[in-house]
Ligand binder design. Structure first.
Ligand SMILES: CC(=O)N[C@H]1[C@@H](OP(=O)(O)OP(=O)(O)OC[C@H]2O[C@@H](n3ccc(=O)[nH]c3=O)[C@H](O)[C@@H]2O)O[C@H](CO)[C@@H](O)[C@@H]1O[C@H](C)C(=O)N[C@@H](C)C(=O)N[C@H](CCC(=O)O)C(=O)O
Ligand SMILES: Nc1ncnc2c1ncn2[C@@H]1O[C@H](COP(=O)(O)OP(=O)(O)OP(=O)(O)O)[C@@H](O)[C@H]1O
Length: 562
């Protein structure tokens, strides 16, 4: 990867006339008011200009682009238009402010500037048009919800591949388009990048798309221009309120995925009240899915999960439709929530039109839903194999909100014969309300709580830890009164916290390193530091092995009584 702003793009595209673009989307051409070119005649008529691709960030601009200059919270993209043009952009689309800024003659006269009232709102459809509506050539599956998007998306992709399709994937961890694989910057890319990825998928012979759709992306029009074949909703809990304001607005953003402009049909997990509301609010046909026993006052769901039983590292379960279709399969990932993710994935593929017999056969040959999801309940070993004798089980998970932390701990408790240790922190510059709640959740679910740093971003890391510790210490007191002794430690930096927790754990213990999952960069005071929890955990396990098996337990006992 050489570019600082790498993108997946198609290699061959059809030139589109800017004039046709303007006509199709009803866009005006900005008058030219540069002192050197006082009349519109100074700028080339759009009829002569063609574009083959779209960019909304100058750092990603390339020859033949339409550069879409968006107003943002930090800058107006118009500021970067001259650089985008220097990199090969042939035309600019922006709003009236952007056009006014560019009227000063910053662009060569041959570059047409088109104006839209809200360029973000047209970017998706415009990019889809330029790239030849690639989503229409793919079977598209979109997953939204607070937790479980990445995991469910991987399971959908896994099942589609087991069915013989060539799968493409877009999400928090990575983007996969044929042989091209790129780590992700955003969960759901900006529309210009997304449409380019879809076009590259079509070019690479990809048949299916499994994709995460974040609430930010829905509010910011990133998936406009895509009508998903099937969309899925996992769950909703407090998160991202710094962006959405309140839970209702957060819910409304997610609900907009279940409308005819964005999807043809959906599957909604109705385990919680938000799922029921989503099913009621949906403006497209949805099938409901319940993954826990129904209460007496609840109507039967379309799809139900029953007979959940331990199976290897995960669970086996039966998925049944009210019409009688039924299958039994398994997920290798631990925890009840992973049964929900797996069942949602299977139901989405079935609602997409796959035949039950084919799905049963595919799941049997694939050994169930056994996709490994990077940094999601990922068991890390000192070597290639996880779970060496004499070593604690170390699990790296992306749980970074209260609900996810509670569930991750609950998922690991039944298979932990010793103590459950958790290492985690809260993110700086994000929803401060969840910090004490996460501290309390950790104490409620674990025996040893090691509070450390997540991504402090621009905040004082010690102050973020202090807010988490407030919640943890209050809960510790409550636990003590109830006769449960929980150890609470503060250890920073994060690498040291992981090392201490692993060194201090006994062979029967589980150490959950929560919050950062697959991430490899930690932002501290505006500086990006390399940090991969899986690498730190592996190193700590190797050090334990080198230092002898009993060293950990002794160390933990010393720490615990300190
Ligand atoms: C709130 C939010 O999502 N903001 C995104 C938005 O920022 P913005 O509108 O304020 O844009 P800006 O930074 O002012 O820049 C304005 C325009 O100038 C362009 N620009 C800017 C700088 C430059 O050097 N060159 C350039 O061309 C930008 O690409 C943009 O088009 O557009 C930017 C350009 O794409 C994004 O980087 C930025 O993501 C921010 C940094 C971000 O972190 N977003 C997160 C919260 C997000 O979207 N997360 C969700 C997942 C959440 C979850 O479920 O966990 C996601 O889908 O990733
Ligand atoms: N269905 C679920 N319900 C609750 N928690 C879940 C569920 N699935 C996963 N989790 C927990 O949430 C964490 C994040 O999971 P995952 O990455 O699949 O979700 P996500 O929605 O993609 O998250 P994000 O939007 O933050 O990237 C996991 O590490 C796990 O602890």
């Amino acid at each position: 990867m050489t570019s600082p702003y790498p993108r997946i793009r198609p290699t061959g595209t059809t030139p589109r006339r800017v004039r046709d673009l303007a006509l199709t989307f009803g866009l005006e051409q900005a008058p030219v008011t540069s002192p050197d070119t006082p009349s519109a005649g100074g700028r080339q008529a759009p009829a002569d200009v063609v574009v083959t691709s779209v960019a909304s960030d100058n750092r990603a601009a390339a020859d033949g682009d339409l550069f879409v200059a968006l107003p943002g919270a930090h800058a107006h993209g118009a500021r970067f238009a001259p650089d985008a043009v220097a990199r090969g952009a042939r035309a600019v689309l922006t709003d009236a402010h952007g056009a006014a800024a560019l009227a000063a003659g910053d662009l060569p006269p041959g570059v047409p500037v088109l104006v839209a009232a809200d360029p973000r709102a047209v970017l998706g459809p415009v990019a889809a048009w330029v790239y030849g509506e690639p989503a229409e050539h793919l079977m598209t599956f979109g997953v939204t919800g607070t937790n479980g998007k990445t995991t469910t998306t991987y399971q959908v992709d896994h099942l589609l591949r087991a069915l013989g399709w060539t799968g493409g994937l877009v999400g928090t961890v990575e983007t996969r388009a044929g042989d091209q694989v790129l780590p992700s910057r955003l969960t759901t890319p900006e529309a210009a990048d997304l449409q380019a990825v879809l076009a590259a998928m079509c070019e690479a012979g990809v048949h299916t798309l499994a994709m995460e759709v974040s609430s930010h992306s829905l509010s910011m029009h990133r998936v406009d221009g895509i009508e998903f074949g099937v969309v899925g909703f996992t769950n909703l809990s407090q998160d991202h309120l710094d962006f959405h304001g309140d839970l209702q607005a957060y819910f409304d953003a997610k609900a907009s995925l279940f409308t005819p402009a964005r999807a043809r049909r959906g599957v909604v997990v109705v385990d919680d009240v938000w799922g029921e509301r989503m099913a009621a609010a949906a403006e497209v046909p949805v099938a409901t899915l319940r993954t826990r026993p129904a209460r007496a006052d609840e109507p039967a769901a379309d799809w139900s999960v029953t007979d959940v039983a331990p199976h290897g590292t995960g669970s086996a379960f039966t998925l049944t439709h009210r019409d009688g279709r039924s299958l039994r399969t398994s997920t290798s990932l631990p925890g009840g929530f992973n049964v929900a993710n797996a069942a949602l994935a299977v139901a989405m593929v079935l609602e997409g039109g796959a035949h039950l017999e084919d799905v049963v056969e595919a799941l049997e040959s694939a050994g169930g839903l056994s996709a490994t999801v990077p940094g999601r309940m990922e068991v890390v070993g000192a070597g290639d194999d996880a779970g060496e004798p004499g070593q604690p089980r170390v699990v790296v998970d992306f749980a970074h909100n209260t609900d996810a932390l509670e569930l991750a701990l609950a998922a690991l408790r039944p298979t932990t014969t010793g103590r459950l240790v958790v290492v985690f922190g809260a993110t700086g510059d994000r929803d401060p309300g969840k910090r004490p709640a996460m501290g309390a959740a950790a104490v409620a679910g674990a025996d040893v709580v090691v509070v450390t740093d997540d991504d402090p971003h621009s905040e004082d890391a010690a102050a973020v830890r202090a807010a988490v510790l407030d919640g943890a210490r209050a809960a510790q007191q409550v636990a003590r009164e109830a006769g449960r002794d929980v150890t609470v430690l503060e250890v920073a930096p994060r690498g040291e916290a992981i090392a201490r927790a692993v060194a201090g754990a006994g062979a029967a213990d589980t150490v959950l390193v929560a919050g950062r999952g697959h991430e490899t960069v930690q932002e501290v005071a505006g500086v990006d530091l390399e940090l991969d929890d899986r690498v730190e955990a592996r190193r700590a396990l190797q050090q334990r092995l080198a230092g002898g098996e009993d060293q950990g337990r002794e160390h933990q006992e010393r720490t615990t009584t300190a």
